[in-house]
Structures are given as structure tokens and as C-alpha cells.
Ligand binder design. Structure first.
Ligand code: NAD
Ligand code: GLY
Length: 357
């Protein structure tokens, strides 16, 4: 079993990765969780694959395990579904010493995480990520949220889990498109912090090689994320670097009403666009842009998504990394080194135009 610790004073937690860990979850969680009730929140795709194994392992360790299933997909990450979960948790008799277990991808993790943060003013949360994206990113760091009509993730909290348990075998059942999406975030870590990871990814054949290397890749990414979150849990400085590719990625997701492109696909095109803008600003070496475009192709990710000037203007106004008229835009100084540049939105829109995006 591989273990990493996220060292937040008074709220430290472990990330454990092991093949078959879902079957050992009960034993691993029993010393940590005081109450008897463990509410598993999962989605309609993950439930038939993994929920019974997790529930069985919890039962064996003396938990009363209940399963709450939401329809799979981003459409479930809403205040309405959150409110349903609250009511269902109360119907189950949840108390403050009980816990919520998020079994699934980032949608389940964010939604169940926000439910755990808010029900009874907060109960213990365990993240059991089953997508590559959730294993390398969303299950770690404590951002939980639901989407609003006005945009994604606009209502949420910082709420750290008590443990993250990941089973690399789950990647074996993941649809290829979801694996691709997760790779966008993996490539992002290479870009912003780990040139050696980027090189290792360049040396792999492509998507085919990922499930077998998933455990190692996820831990390398989680180590980077843990270090950043330890220094900037509340996202006021260094954590913004994780937003590389996301500012414009959000534009692309929204321009196509979250239907045409997955989050990862939009982030991929967002990274290529951010690299191009970085080159235009004289900050990013052209070679880094070339390598990013080429690795995105290697992992079957889009390098460009069309959007209109109105799409850019509308979404940038809502960006959570903005303060007043300024926006923190993440650019690469070199492969493996990123920085935030404060730009007036008007200037960023000009750069987007100048870069031919
Ligand atoms: P997702 O949760 O929708 O999962 C993708 C699809 O894969 C779903 O259909 C799901 O049912 C299915 N699935 C999950 N695990 C499976 C498995 N092992 N085998 C087969 N199918 C499986 O999407 P995602 O890409 O995991 O997460 C995207 C969400 O994460 C977005 O809402 C995004 O905003 C959020 N996010 C949050 C953070 C954070 O820090 N909290 C970071 C990045 C992204
Ligand atoms: N996924 C970005 C963050 O956790 O800050």
C-alpha cells in the first residue's frame, strides 16, 4: 500500500492507494470513524460496479452502510440534488458522529463532499475516487461544490476529507474518454510543477499505458497537489497555479453548454491556449508550447476549441480567480514552472484575440 499525508495542522489526512483497497475500506476506516452509520454516496454507473464491495467491507467492520445513488453526470451536481441528499441522510438517521463516503468521480466527490460539509454543520467525509481525474485532483484538497445556473462550482466550501482511499483497479472500467479527460489534469501537473513527470508521459506510448501506471501517476500528482494545498489551502496564492488551462477551459465548457466537451478536454485546449498566450507575452518558451500541443495529441486530447469573443468575455467575468477587473492568469515560465500574472480582463481578451484564439 502506498501512503501520502496531507499535512494541514489539526486536519491532516492520509491518501492511501492500493489495488483492492475497496475490500479493506471497513478495516482501514474503523479506527478513524466513530459513528456506526456510513452513508455511501455514489452514481448510477459506479454503484453496480463497486458499491456492494465497499458496503460489504464496511459491514464486516461493524458499520451500518447505506447507499445513496445519484444519476451519473454533471447534471446531478446541483442544489436540488444536494437538498435531496440532505433529506435522505436525515431519513437514515445520520448523526454528527456518522460519516459520508463519496464513491465515484469528481461529480460525486464534490457533491457528497458539500453534503458532508453542510449536513448537521459538518460530518466526517471520506473520498473514494474512481476516475483518473478524481484520483489525481478532485478527491484531494477539500474543494467541494455544486453548480449554479450562473456557472460551475459557484456554491461550495473548503472541507477536507478524513481520508482518501483510492483503488487503481477502478481505472480498468473507466471509459476511454474519461481516462483521456483525467490525463489532461495529469499533464497539467507536469506543466506547472514537474518537468520529469512531463518527460515520463512523453516517453509512454499513450492512453493504453495509463491504467497499468495509474497508481504511480496518481501518487506523483497527489504529492504535488498535497504540497500546494498545505501551503495555500484557501486558494489565495500558489494553489491558483492548479488553474493552468482552466480559465480558458471554463470558457470552452460553457460555450458548448457543458455538452460537447468534458472538463478534461476543455482544460486540454485551455492549456494549449494558455501556452500560446504565454508565448505571445514573452513568458513561455515556444518549445514548451510545441511540447504541450504534441503531448495533448499523444493522449488524444483536443489542442484547440473554437469559441467566440462573446463566450470569452462572458465566462471571464465569472472567473473565481478574478478580483474586480483583474484576473490571475496562469502561464508557464518553463516546462515544470508556472506563475500567475495579474491581467486586466480587457488585456486578457486582447491577448486572446492577438493569439488568434
Ligand atoms: P464524473 O464524476 O462525472 O465521472 C465521469 C464518468 O465516469 C461518470 O459517468 C461516472 O459515472 C463514470 N465513472 C466513474 N468512475 C468509474 C469507473 N471506475 N468505471 C466506470 N465508470 C466510472 O467526472 P470526473 O471527470 O471524475 O469529475 C468531474 C467533476 O470534478 C467536475 O464536476 C469538476 O468540476 C470536478 N472537479 C473538482 C475538483 C476539486 O478540486 N474539487 C477538481 C477538478 C474537477
Ligand atoms: N482543482 C483545483 C484545486 O483543487 O485547487
Amino acid at each position: 500500500m502506498s501512503r501520502l499525508t496531507v499535512n494541514l495542522p489539526g486536519r491532516e489526512y492520509d491518501i492511501l492507494s492500493e489495488s483492492g483497497v475497496l475490500d479493506r475500506a471497513g478495516a482501514l476506516l474503523r479506527p478513524l470513524l466513530k459513528g456506526d452509520l456510513a452513508v455511501i454516496v455514489t452514481d448510477s454507473n459506479v454503484e453496480p460496479l463497486y458499491a456492494a464491495r465497499l458496503a460489504g467491507s464496511l459491514h464486516k467492520s461493524g458499520f451500518r452502510a447505506a447507499i445513496l445513488e445519484i444519476p451519473a453526470g454533471e447534471e446531478s451536481k446541483t442544489p436540488a440534488v444536494l437538498a435531496e441528499l440532505w433529506e435522505q441522510m436525515m431519513d437514515l438517521g445520520l448523526t454528527r458522529s456518522d460519516s459520508v463516503l463519496a464513491l465515484g468521480g469528481g461529480v460525486v466527490g464534490d457533491l457528497a463532499g458539500f453534503a458532508a460539509a453542510t449536513i448537521l454543520r459538518g460530518v466526517r467525509l471520506v473520498q473514494l475516487p474512481t476516475t483518473l481525474l478524481a484520483q489525481v485532483d478532485s478527491s484531494v484538497g477539500g474543494k467541494v461544490a455544486v453548480d449554479l445556473e450562473a456557472g460551475k462550482n459557484l456554491a461550495g466550501a473548503f472541507y477536507q476529507p478524513s481520508m482518501v482511499l483510492m483503488d487503481p483497479d477502478c481505472l480498468g472500467t473507466l471509459p476511454r474518454r474519461e481516462l483521456r479527460g483525467g490525463m489532461a489534469e495529469v499533464i497539467k501537473y507536469g506543466c506547472i510543477r514537474d518537468a520529469a513527470l512531463f518527460r515520463d508521459l512523453e516517453d509512454l506510448g499513450g492512453l493504453e499505458d495509463i491504467p497499468a501506471r495509474g497508481a504511480e501517476i496518481a501518487l506523483r500528482c497527489c504529492a504535488i497537489k498535497a504540497e500546494i494545498v498545505e501551503r495555500d489551502e484557501r486558494d489565495t496564492g500558489e494553489r491558483m497555479l492548479l488553474n493552468f488551462g482552466h480559465t480558458l477551459g471554463h470558457v470552452y465548457e460553457r460555450a458548448y453548454e457543458y455538452k460537447t466537451y468534458t472538463h478534461g478536454e476543455a482544460v486540454a485546449a485551455g492549456m494549449a491556449a494558455a501556452a500560446r498566450i504565454g508565448v505571445r507575452m514573452g513568458i513561455t518558451p515556444p518549445e514548451a508550447e510545441t511540447r504541450i500541443v504534441s503531448i495533448l495529441k499523444q493522449y488524444e486530447l483536443p489542442t484547440r476549441i473554437e469559441a467566440g469573443a462573446g463566450d470569452y468575455a462572458r465566462t471571464l467575468t465569472l472567473d473565481k480567480k478574478s478580483a474586480g477587473d483583474a484576473i490571475s492568469f496562469i502561464v508557464l515560465e518553463d516546462m515544470g514552472r508556472a506563475k500567475a500574472v495579474k491581467l486586466e480582463k480587457r488585456r486578457l481578451l486582447e491577448l486572446i484575440r492577438e493569439a488568434g484564439l
